[in-house]
Each structure stands twice: as structure tokens, then as C-alpha cells.
Design a protein around this ligand. Structure first.
Ligand code: AP5
Ligand code: MG
Length: 206
């Protein structure tokens, strides 16, 4: 099965993609995570991408498409791609998507959630000070690593990312709606509620 997750920053794409990938045996491909890894390793791609990411803008399509080359031939759940029509068309050339889940969340809720997000420096696990805090403040439950804030989780950058989503990614929803693949989910519910609905949509016979 080939699945795409859409939705504004902070809607829960990474959280749900992780859960669904594990349950359904799909590969979780997050372009944001891949890019952050490149930045961390200070590769040529990471160097080129960093400025865009810190400003909350999209990294140029060519870099993203090249980064994904060769990764899309197995079953996957894509988180953070495609983010504009050109990327959606590029994806259609190499893979046949079965289902697109769109997680919706308002801008105010996005800012509230992302301002409270913390990420483990070591293993990348996500926490939320409001909804999903670590047992010990500032320390990862899983690996003991230090919890930090993402560079782009500052309120002004979060709002910029939300604008970019509305302007560039919203047309991707129409693209998939016309193909009859789009399902919209309310991302403001609990992680478990969203997960159960997503499972129902992906495996209707369950
Ligand atoms: P990316 O990493 O994709 O960031 P994003 O789209 O802004 O989304 P987030 O990762 O912030 O949120 P999410 O929806 O994954 O939510 P999460 O599950 O973490 O992209 C970053 C940057 O990389 C972009 O700005 C761009 O520069 C570049 N980039 C990436 N892909 C690109 C592409 N294809 N083309 C060009 N550029 C690209 O949850 C958020 C928080 O909420 C967490 O704290 C979590 O614990 C909590 N939470 C999750 N679900 C719930 C819930 N149901 N209830 C309560 N809390 C919840
Ligand atoms: Mg994410």
C-alpha cells in the first residue's frame, strides 16, 4: 500500500505516520526528517536546505526529488511530501498512490502545539509539553538524550510555515480529491482517535 499524509505543520503527520507504518508494515518516509539528518551531517544538501528550513519556506523541488530518488519503489507512507503540485506530479510519475489522508488543524492550534514540541537530540523522538511530556523534564524517556526545540518551532516561523502550507500545499489536496483518493480527518482529536480513524480508512474491512 502507498499512502500520502497531508496537513499543516503540527497536524500530527509524523506521529500518525510512525504509528501507521509500524502497524501496517509500511516504510515511513519523512522528507523533513531526511532533511534534518542532512543538515545535522553537514552534507552539501543539508547546507543548501538549512536556510529555507529555518525561514519556514519550501526547499527547492529539485533537491527534494533527487533526495527521494530510489526510495519510492516499495510500500510507503509519505509524511511531508508532496508539498506542491510539481512534487505531486513528480510522485505520480514514479508511484501509484492508493490513499491520501489529510489531517486538518487550525492555525491557532498549530502554534499552540508546536511551541510545546520538544525533540530528542539523540533518537529524534517527539514529545509535547502540553499533551505528551517526558517523565523527566528535558530528558528522553527512550534513550536518555537531551530534548531540544526545533529551529523552526518559533512562533513567527510556525506562522510562516502555515502560510506556505495554505498557499502551496492546499492545491495538492484538490489534485488528490479529483483522483478520488483524498480523505479528510480532524487532527484536533487525540492521537489514538485519529489513529483509529486512519486505520479504518486504510483497511476498511477491519
Ligand atoms: P516537516 O518536518 O515536514 O515539518 P511540518 O510539515 O512543518 O510538520 P511538523 O513535522 O512540524 O508536524 P507534523 O505534522 O509532523 O506533526 P507531529 O506529529 O510532529 O518540514 C520541515 C521543513 O522541511 C519545511 O518547512 C521545509 O523547509 C522542509 N521540507 C520538508 N519536506 C519538504 C518538501 N517535500 N518540499 C520542500 N521542503 C520540504 O506533531 C506535532 C506536535 O504535536 C508534537 O509535539 C506531537 O507530540 C503533538 N501531537 C501530535 N498529534 C497530536 C494530537 N492528536 N493531539 C495532541 N498533540 C499531538
Ligand atoms: Mg513531522
Amino acid at each position: 500500500m502507498k499512502v500520502v499524509l497531508l496537513g499543516p505543520p503540527g497536524a500530527g503527520k509524523g506521529t500518525q505516520a510512525g504509528l501507521l507504518a509500524e502497524r501496517l508494515g509500511l516504510e515511513h518516509i519523512s522528507t523533513g526528517d531526511l532533511l534534518r539528518e542532512e543538515v545535522h551531517k553537514r552534507t552539501e544538501l543539508g547546507r543548501k536546505a538549512k536556510g529555507y528550513m529555518d525561514r519556514g519556506e519550501l526547499v527547492p523541488d529539485d533537491l527534494i526529488i533527487e533526495m527521494l530518488a530510489g526510495r519510492l519503489n516499495r510500500d510507503f507512507i509519505l509524511d511531508g511530501f508532496p508539498r506542491n503540485l510539481r512534487q505531486a506530479e513528480a510522485l505520480a510519475e514514479v508511484a501509484e498512490v492508493d490513499r491520501v489522508l489529510d489531517l486538518e488543524l487550525t492555525e491557532e492550534e498549530v502554534v499552540r502545539r508546536l511551541s510545546a514540541r520538544r525533540v530528542c537530540e539523540g533518537c529524534g523522538r517527539n514529545y509535547n509539553l502540553l499533551t505528551n511530556p517526558p517523565v523527566t523534564e528535558g530528558v528522553c524517556d527512550a534513550c536518555g538524550g537531551r530534548l531540544i526545540q526545533r529551529e523552526d518551532d518559533r512562533p513567527e516561523v510556525i506562522r510562516r510555515r502555515y502560510r506556505v502550507y495554505e498557499e502551496e500545499t492546499a492545491p495538492v489536496k484538490e489534485f488528490y480529491r479529483r483522483l478520488g483518493l483524498l480523505a479528510e480527518l480532524d487532527g484536533a482529536r487525540s492521537i489514538e482517535e485519529v489513529f483509529q480513524e486512519a486505520l479504518q480508512l486504510l483497511e476498511p474491512s477491519r
